[in-house]
Write a protein that binds this ligand. Sequence first.
Ligand code: CAA
Length: 264
Amino acid sequence: MSEETKTYDNILLEAVRDGVYLLTINRPKVLNALNAATLEEMNDAVSEVISDPGARVLLIRGSGEKAFVAGADIEHMSHLSPIEGKAFAEHGMHLFRRLETLEIPVVALVNGYALGGGCELAMSCDFILAAENAKFGQPEVNLGVTPGFGGSQRLTRLVGRAMAMELLVTGRNMSADEAMRRGLVNHVYPQPELLDEGLKLASMIAGKSRSAIQLTKQLVQRGQDLDLDNACVMESDLFGLSFSTPDRIEGMAAFLENRKPKFA
Ligand code: CAA
């Protein structure tokens, strides 16, 4: 059922169906660790997905059953100078911010270790579905470095300052259940069911209005860093803007005619 896309060395990208894309980080020998080449290919894959006007949802997972992503590639980083280290961090930051602000929802399917850069990647997605064996953590203190792909900032926003601080300074892992209790993960599934659950959810999202989802992402992403007055002004503005879309005409007409909407 799924269609082949461009061929990559470190990732797989499949157009599954109905605008749902599945990106698999495919370096199982190193538990899908992220080096510069992998970040580059992920960035190209995002461009490929978003150039399809029919794209609706991007799912991201790691290959195999052991890891989502076990972090930035430590072998790669061990050769970097301070300036190169900063450039490597900026490379990851740029890609992860791009995912966070992408027009379509991005969902992480965390099928094992999500450590360091892997936890940071998952946190840059709109939300996370996890397998029961998933483990989340920011173990950079064990390597004598800080997080570099946004972990200190996104973890703090997601779980609060005190818990983020505990996780960052101890480097301890959180189980999937703990991550769900702390608001990092939306749902936990037995590992064999994770992909199907992700695809089911993606199909549900794919049937909704793409333009309304795009504006909603902007509201949540931009609004969280604004004061409430300005955030509410932005919501009225984008609500008004949504009235200019064909989907608004179709969505309201379908309701009034008691039928299912057919969005653009
Ligand atoms: N980078 C490079 N290689 C890695 C890796 C990483 N982040 N994580 C695992 N690997 C490699 C291992 O070196 C090993 O390779 P070999 O078979 O050639 O020895 C292979 O993957 C399998 O790993 P293990 O044998 O270690 O597997 P395990 O089951 O015993 O342990 C683990 C699994 C707990 C995830 C362990 O591999 C581990 O601790 N990995 C490192 C996790 C980490 O520190 N991540 C943070 C990186 S720093 C970062 O991400 C900075 C940032 O914010 C940008």
